[in-house]
Each structure stands twice: as C-alpha cells, then as structure tokens.
Design a protein. Structure first.
Length: 296
C-alpha cells in the first residue's frame, strides 16, 4: 500500500507544474496545425512529450527538496532517501524512453535538439551530480531566464522535426511559443518565493518585484501577438492566422488599466490577469484552428 501511495504521488508530481507541453498537449497541436497534418506524427509528438516532460518535472522536484522544505511546501521526495532514489531512477528511465522515441522517429537534427534540451533541463535543476560543484542554472535569474529562452524554442523545434524538416516557419513558431510561455513564467514567479529567499537564491521571483514581473509578463504577451502579426505580413504564417492576434485588443486595454493601478497585484487587479489568461488561450485556440483550416 505504501508503494502504491508513493507511485500515485510521483504521478502527480510528474505533472507539476501544468504546462502547454504536458499534461495538456497544446504545443503539439500548435505544431501539428502549422506543419504536416498527420495524426500518427501528432501521436508520436505527444508520446515523446509525455515521456520527456515527466522526467523534467520529477528531476526538478527531487532537486527542490531543500527550497520546498524552507518554503513550507509539500514535496513527496522530502519523505526519505528511498523515495528520492525512486524519483531519480524514474526520471532517468523516462529520459531514456524519450531518447528512444527520437532515435526511432526523429533525425540527426532531432537528436541534436534532444541533447540540448536534455542538458539544459538537467543542469537547470541539478544539485546531485555536476550541480553539486558548479551550481544550478535555476539558482540565478540570469541563467534561469537564459534556460527558458533556449529550452522552449529548442523543444518547439524538436517537436517540429517529428513532422517536417526545419524551415523559416518552424523558427518563427518557436519564437511565438517562447513569448506565449514566458507570460506564464513571469506571472508564476509572483507567487510565494520564501523558500528561494531563505535558501539565498537569486531567482527571477526573488530579484524582480511583483510589479516588474507583471510588466515583463505583459511585454512578453504583446511580443507574442506581434510575432503573429509580423509573420502574417511577411507571409510566413497564413493570412487566416491573423484572427489569433485579435485578443491583443482587450489585452492592450488590460495593460492600460494595470498601468493606471501602478502595476500592482491586488484583489482589484486580479480580474485583469484572469481575463488576460483567458485571452491567451482563446488566441492559441484560434491559432490552432486557423492553421488547420488554412491547410485543409
């Protein structure tokens, strides 16, 4: 019974945090909509993501025990060495499973991107191997942000290689996805970061004030919409994709209202964030639908 309990907890932790890569396969549908419409390839892309990203999450949580304890957060890996060993083994097995999928269904470019993504996600969290001596990428806001800026476009390009060879559209899409994801990264870091502070870390959430993080988040989402508009104008995205940029109108209104409130997070401004998040997902849904219709 104890083993089953821990296994269930590991499954839960493998899906934290919730992202558009796993356990909700939005990114895979985004790439699918803009490339070859082959359902078999879509399933391969989802299968790969659902092995790679649980490995990333488990490895991250295993290495975050110290910060979670200091911050008063529950972490199943804090319950004992055996659980941590099990988590490390599962993470490695999942990374290997993802590698096998790349070797079977990808190409040399896929493999190169996989190695890059693996190295970044491993060293981002690692304090058990080389990270014990060199430090972790996530412990400093510069290397933390650099990790995001490299890993998200690289992962998007990796998913693309399951469908088609890399091209200008793939590179443009990787930037569009990056700016979309960074909105969530900055907003998420407004949360309680007491564990990071007590551990003496200089993470994004510790170094930047909540108002600065809000500004960065909205700058990122405006850049997301801008990439769509520009890519439509230069014929990289189909003209129908422009509908996915329409939510920029209410988003700019939210920016105006937040500026009037001095970029503060409060009960009064919270609805703006919720509405922005809704507009973000309306946009990404329209992006997928327009991509599918343009090639049907």
């Amino acid at each position: 019974m104890e083993l089953i309990k821990y296994f269930i907890e590991l499954l839960k932790f493998s899906a934290r945090p919730l992202t558009i890569i796993y356990p909700i396969p939005v990114l895979q549908f985004v790439v699918f909509s803009q490339s070859t419409h082959d359902l078999n390839l879509l399933l391969i892309a989802i299968l790969f993501s659902f092995t790679f990203y649980p490995a990333v999450n488990l490895w991250n949580h295993v290495n975050d025990v110290k910060e979670d304890i200091l911050g008063g957060k529950y972490n199943v890996f804090a319950e004992g060495l055996n659980v941590r060993i099990l988590g490390v083994i599962l993470a490695i097995l999942l990374y290997l499973a993802a590698l096998l999928i790349v070797l079977k269904y990808g190409n040399y470019v896929s493999l190169a991107l996989f190695i890059l993504c693996f190295l970044i996600t491993w060293t981002y969290s690692d304090r058990l191997t080389l990270g014990r001596f060199l430090g972790r990428l996530k412990d400093n806001y510069v290397t933390e942000l650099t990790s995001f800026v490299i890993s998200y476009p690289s992962f998007t390009l990796l998913i693309w290689t399951f469908f088609e060879d890399l091209n200008v559209k793939a590179i443009a899409l990787s930037l569009t996805v990056l700016f979309f994801v960074l909105f969530g990264v900055f907003i998420k870091d407004i949360r309680d970061v007491s564990g990071d502070e007590k551990a003496g870390l200089k993470t994004i959430g510790v170094v930047f004030s909540p108002s600065s993080l809000i500004k960065l988040a909205y700058t990122s989402i405006i850049l997301y919409y801008s990439t769509i508009i520009v890519c439509v104008l230069i014929d990289v995205y189909d003209v129908t994709t422009i509908i996915s940029a329409l939510p920029i109108i209410p988003t700019l209104l939210f920016v105006k209202q937040l500026k009037e409130k001095v970029w503060k997070l409060s009960l009064e401004t919270l609805p703006y964030f919720k509405r922005t998040l809704l507009m973000n997902f309306v946009s990404i849904a329209l992006f997928i639908v327009s991509g599918l219709l343009s090639q049907s």
